[in-house]
Design a protein around this ligand. Sequence first.
Ligand code: SAM
Ligand code: SF4
Length: 178
Amino acid sequence: MKKLGLYIHIPFCDKICNYCDFTAFQGANSKIKEYVEALKKEIELKGNKDFLIDSIFIGGGTPSFIDGKYIFDILEKLRENFTVLDNIEITIETNSKTFDEKKLEYYKRAKINRLSIGVQSFNDKILKELGRNHNSKEALESIELVKKFGFDINLDLIFGYQSQTIEDILYDLEIVKK
Ligand SMILES: C[S@@+](CC[C@H](N)C(=O)[O-])C[C@H]1O[C@@H](n2cnc3c(N)ncnc32)[C@H](O)[C@@H]1O
Ligand code: SF4
């Protein structure tokens, strides 16, 4: 059997940030259902029980922007069509304003065990310059919510954007440590 790590791309966002180079679309909500259907069809077409999936990363875009049920269905489809090992790392990328308890419950049911939260900075001035859809308080609140659910957590921070200084990144790292 061949081992395989899978990356699933969800190219939708609440708001496109000023610095982003990823394939992501804002205001394309009417395409989400169609995209998920196409993804599930592709999983069926490429599916092979001889492949042993040992990690899954659902990235974007912002996967947490779409309905939690869609994420659940995509993972079900993977389990039907590949051999997905138990207790593997399954990660989903999120940003603060796009998930709530209901979505986190869907992720738990889908056996997602790691959330990557796009924070970028805890400095509101920088967040504004980056064109983010949340402030630092909202980022901290969302981290608390994720902690309550017991997921492993990754935080994305950005360094090097125009006005950012060494002091700014040290401040961000202090907050992470706390
Ligand atoms: C695809 S995004 C997914 C996370 C989520 N959409 C969010 O932004 O909160 C993954 C990470 O890539 C980083 N990123 C995006 N554009 C970048 C760029 N042009 N250069 C370096 N890092 C970038 C950000 O830190 C972002 O959190
Ligand atoms: S939310 Fe994430 S994926 Fe979307 S534009 Fe911003 S950095 Fe890029």
